[in-house]
Design a protein around this ligand. Structure first.
Ligand code: CDP
Length: 223
């Protein structure tokens, strides 16, 4: 379980909802360390693909997840659509999730020296990884808005990619992430919901900041 002496902000939500941007801004503002947990699943997906493996092969994916470390991703291009798809396939496997759990909990409860807390973003942070987080957010937006945002990013590295293609793969990934049995994507019971469809990144940040400030103010004082 998480250690309540450090402040933990859990941010969950579907692809391109704005959770990563919010996580970075909150971490920067409060001087908290930040873990984008999607990197772990993308990393496992990428390592399987890089070894010419099939991401649907559970035994291989679980073995890769058990040996996983962030240093193995130097030079890896984990931001493309193929890796996103592989990530959401391996992420549905209980053995893969179990292998990555300790690292995430350890990061949350022991932020590196000099940091006052941790921000983790992903799909199951408030529900499974850090159920005792100080503040939980669920960040969402309509599929069309999310696909447009992701298309703006992806077209730089994949110039031919169409917005329809991006929308289609994002919907498939949403369905896989929400429909799986192992840690499905859903808001934690006590999560603060923010729909970013019609909000700027600044507006999302100031809304979230007000909520975090309020929660921190109401925390019991530690000796
Ligand atoms: O950046 P984007 O929102 O597109 O995805 P990501 O956060 O990098 O996550 C990639 C995939 O990893 C997701 O589609 C999920 O299947 C999986 N994931 C997960 O299952 N649990 C997490 N805590 C984070 C990511």
């Amino acid at each position: 379980m998480t250690n309540q002496s450090s402040i933990i902000i859990a941010i969950d939500g579907p692809a391109a909802s704005g959770k990563g941007t919010l996580a970075k801004r909150l971490a920067n503002f409060y001087d908290f360390s930040h873990l984008d947990t999607g990197i772990l699943y993308r990393g496992v997906g990428w390592l399987v693909l890089a070894a010419d493996g099939d991401p649907r092969d559970e035994e291989t994916a679980t073995r890769v997840a058990r040996d996983f470390s962030l240093d193995r991703l130097e030079q890896a291009d984990i931001r493309n659509a193929d890796v996103a798809r592989a990530a959401s396939i391996v992420a549905a496997m209980p053995g893969v999730r179990a292998a990555l759990l300790d690292f995430q909990r350890q990061f949350a409860k022991s932020p590196p020296a000099g940091y006052f807390g941790a921000v983790l973003d992903g799909r199951d942070i408030g529900t499974v990884v850090c159920p005792d987080a100080t503040v939980k957010f669920y960040i969402t937006a309509s599929p069309e808005v999310r696909a447009h945002r992701r298309w703006l990013e992806l077209r730089l590295s994949s110039p031919g990619i169409s917005e329809e293609e991006v929308l289609d793969s994002l919907k498939r990934r949403d369905a896989r992430d929400s429909g799986r049995d192992a840690a499905p994507l859903r808001p934690a019971k006590n999560a603060e919901l923010i729909d970013t469809s019609a909000l700027t990144a600044d507006e999302v940040f100031s809304r979230a900041r007000r909520i975090v400030d309020q929660k921190i103010k109401n925390l019991p004082q530690q000796d």
